[in-house]
Design a protein around this ligand. Structure first.
Ligand code: XIL
Length: 321
């Protein structure tokens, strides 16, 4: 059987993938597997709903890119995860380098959140309201939002999101939470700040951009997920990929087996934790992964190779589900 069907039988809500906007429109072989709901019961736009795509200049909203994946979800009856509203990256210059104060930046955030959430109202299973607000050393990440508001923009973002969509699940989303270090501890604090302010937060997304051979064990991953579920929120793996580092590509069979074991640890840990709702891979084929472009010399991080053939990692995920 295919991954989403296996995942739901194992008690998850979905197994999903990010959708590359241009590949989904230009590559039929790519699209065919996206459209297989037994394989992917949930989709998320890789780039199309980000601020630079949805409001490239002040007051001009464009949903063409975001709608590509939203339409795929509707046509196939797949869950749509929506990504993302408040983020320091892929944030247009007019926001990034505007000279804002609390009042003017609140108005900008409210207008953005209102317009984007209203456009997708009723379509999003979950929204990544706030993305990557903690840096890798476990400090609050510098951004225009932090400089204007301090940590007050955490509850502000979630309160605004709730105002414009009362139904969707509101998520905080970040990477490197999986290692359970200083960044994870700071993220626990972030959730507490939101909760103590009386603002609504429903979930924490673990991006899980991981490395073959350095992925934590299933037990350790489950322990880390429980640091968040014990605060009363759902968790999910939202952007899973596991890249080969210091390995000649295509990776030798032994490295591909290790990669499969790492994938099984991640998916298995979600099965082990009540309130881990699902797993989303950040693309499914090595043909279109963002990894080689962002981490040069690394790659082959996904479940299918560039010829759309299932890799050992696919088989390993299917066996753990
Ligand atoms: C990445 C996309 O995959 C790339 O195509 C884009 O150039 C940059 O962003 N964290 C996130 C995702 O939340 O939105 C990022 O996606 C990967 C890291």
């Amino acid at each position: 059987a295919q991954l989403h069907d296996l995942a739901t039988r194992a008690g998850l809500l979905y197994f999903g993938t990010a959708v590359g906007e241009s590949a989904s429109q230009q590559d039929q072989a790519y699209r065919r597997i996206i459209d297989d709901k037994s394989e992917f019961g949930q989709v998320v736009p890789e780039n199309g709903q980000k601020w630079e795509s949805t409001q490239p200049s002040q007051g001009r909203f464009t949903f063409t890119q975001g709608d590509i994946t939203a339409n795929i979800a509707r046509q196939n009856g797949q869950y749509l995860r929506c990504h993302t509203l408040v983020w320091h990256s892929q944030l247009p210059n007019w926001v990034r380098s505007g000279s804002w104060n609390r009042q003017t930046l609140t108005a900008v955030m409210e207008s953005h959140i209102a317009n984007v959430m209203r456009h997708y109202l009723g379509q999003c299973y979950a929204w990544d309201v706030l993305n990557e607000a903690v840096d890798d050393s476990g400090q609050w990440r510098d951004s225009v939002f932090l400089r204007v508001f301090g940590t007050d923009y955490f509850p502000l973002s979630f309160n605004l999101a709730k105002k414009y969509d009362t139904e969707t699940k509101l998520y905080y989303n970040d990477y490197n939470l999986e290692y359970n270090g200083a960044k994870t501890t700071k993220t626990v604090e972030l959730v507490q700040i939101i909760q103590r302010a009386g603002a609504p937060i429903d979930g924490v997304g673990f991006q899980a951009h991981l490395v073959v051979g350095s992925t934590p064990s299933r037990t350790n991953l489950a322990t880390t997920l429980r640091r968040f579920t014990s605060m009363g929120v759902d968790v999910a793996y939202t952007e899973l990929d596991i890249r080969h580092e210091n390995t000649p590509l295509p990776a030798p069979a032994s490295a591909q087996i290790t990669q499969g074991n790492d994938y099984a640890n991640v998916v298995g840990s979600c099965l082990d934790v009540d309130r881990c709702v699902g797993v989303t891979v950040w693309g499914y084929t090595d043909k279109y992964s963002w990894i080689p472009g962002t981490f040069p010399g690394t790659g082959d991080a996904l479940l299918y190779n560039s010829n759309f053939q299932k890799k050992a990692a696919w088989t390993s995920v299917s066996s753990v589900l």
